[in-house]
Design a protein around this ligand. Structure first.
Ligand SMILES: *Cc1c(COP(=O)(O)O)cnc(C)c1O
Length: 355
């Protein structure tokens, strides 16, 4: 699949202040745009970033056929450019697209398009430690029609935004036992926009009560923990790493998978199984050492310092020697090239991509 290139006249990266910026507000100079119509991808172009023109009848504005991904590119310590787990993000985007009855993306469009775009935008990745380029691929239904049916036209786009080193201050979280993020048979496993819109209200209520985020529980009994906010959820109880299994209601996080792989490689005890609230309560009440944290692309690990459950507060360990930080350190070292990439997670762009 040919990807055309239209370069911007004057790049704005030289004026960008890497010392002070808000994540996700300013896009890089270029974006990838590909159009799908009547069963095929028609064109793909990398062109200057600009606003879209879209009909008010476009179906994505009404019926929620939208899917997105989030991944990162890094400048490694030796200067090589690297994209973290590009193929896995491609596979997951296609899984989400299938569930939303949207066309899948060929590798030649998703992977090659992202590689070319990142190569072009590499000056947006600062050499400062921990900086990265956040890559946001997404697809929307664009057929212009108010009829409730599967759209026949789509726009696939990739935009990028710089990201500074991400420090996640320990979070106070509340176990949510009224609202539901995902139900069996629903769309919780897909990265579709509606899942986020549906989570704002309960998250906002928790924030009004002084918490940073919620821990979602199963939609049937609200008895088993599933995810936290938009991150997967992990516990380390007496040295054993425990996390709920992915499936219909728990999204298959790429960070989750990477951390589990690393933990198994370190020969830690690892269990993927349902975790009940009573198990968590008991672990705290019997004085076991408990670490609890969210995991996702943005923060890698977001430690919890307080868990509010049925009116009682529990305090997991966030000590500097907590085991979760070992995992984060390992993952960071692989991404930055300081440690051997023995699982083949880095897609390197050291060859000049644009010939
Ligand atoms: C994106 C996402 C995650 C984390 O996935 P990563 O691939 O690790 O970034 C977890 N849960 C939900 C609901 C998500 O949307």
């Amino acid at each position: 699949m040919e990807i055309k290139l239209q370069l911007k006249q004057n790049n704005s990266v030289d004026q960008f202040n890497f010392d002070q910026f808000q994540f996700g507000v300013e896009a890089t100079d270029h974006m990838l745009v590909a159009k799908y119509k009547d069963g095929q991808w028609e064109s793909a172009t990398i062109r200057p970033f600009e606003s879209l023109q879209i009909s008010p009848l476009a179906m994505c504005l009404h019926y929620g056929q939208t899917v997105f991904e989030g991944l990162k590119a890094y400048k490694q310590v030796n200067g090589d450019l690297s994209i973290f787990r590009l193929d896995r993000h491609h596979a997951r985007m296609n899984e989400s697209l299938r569930r939303m009855a949207m066309p899948e993306l060929p590798e030649a469009l998703f992977c090659e398009g992202i590689k070319q775009l990142v190569g072009l935008e590499q000056d947006w990745i600062s050499d400062l430690e921990g900086y990265s380029l956040y890559i946001r691929p997404f697809m929307i239904a664009t057929e212009e029609r108010l009829g409730v049916s599967i759209s026949k036209e789509y726009l696939f786009m990739v935009v990028c935004t710089p990201m500074a080193a991400y420090y996640s201050k320990p979070l106070k979280v509340k176990v949510e036992r009224q609202y539901t993020r995902a139900a069996k048979g629903g769309v919780g496993a897909a990265k579709n926009g509606g899942n986020y819109g549906a989570a704002y209200y309960p998250a906002n209520l928790a924030q009004q009560e002084g918490f940073d985020q919620v821990i979602w529980t199963d939609g049937r009994d609200h008895e088993y923990v599933e995810e936290s906010g938009t991150m997967n959820l992990m516990f380390i109880i007496d040295g054993k790493l425990i996390t709920p299994p992915v499936g219909e209601t728990v999204l298959a996080g790429v960070t989750r998978d990477a951390l589990l792989t690393l933990a198994k490689d370190l020969r830690w005890d690892v269990e993927e199984r349902p975790i009940s609230l009573s198990e968590i309560k008991m672990a705290f009440e019997s004085g076991k050492k408990v670490e609890a944290f969210g995991v996702g692309t943005a923060a890698v690990i977001a430690p919890f310092e307080q868990i509010h459950m049925d009116g009682v507060d529990y305090f997991p360990s966030v000590d500097a020697d907590a085991k979760m930080f070992q995992l984060k350190q390992q993952l960071t070292a692989i991404r930055s090239g300081e440690q051997t990439d023995k699982f083949g997670w880095n897609t390197l762009l050291n060859a000049p991509v644009l010939g």
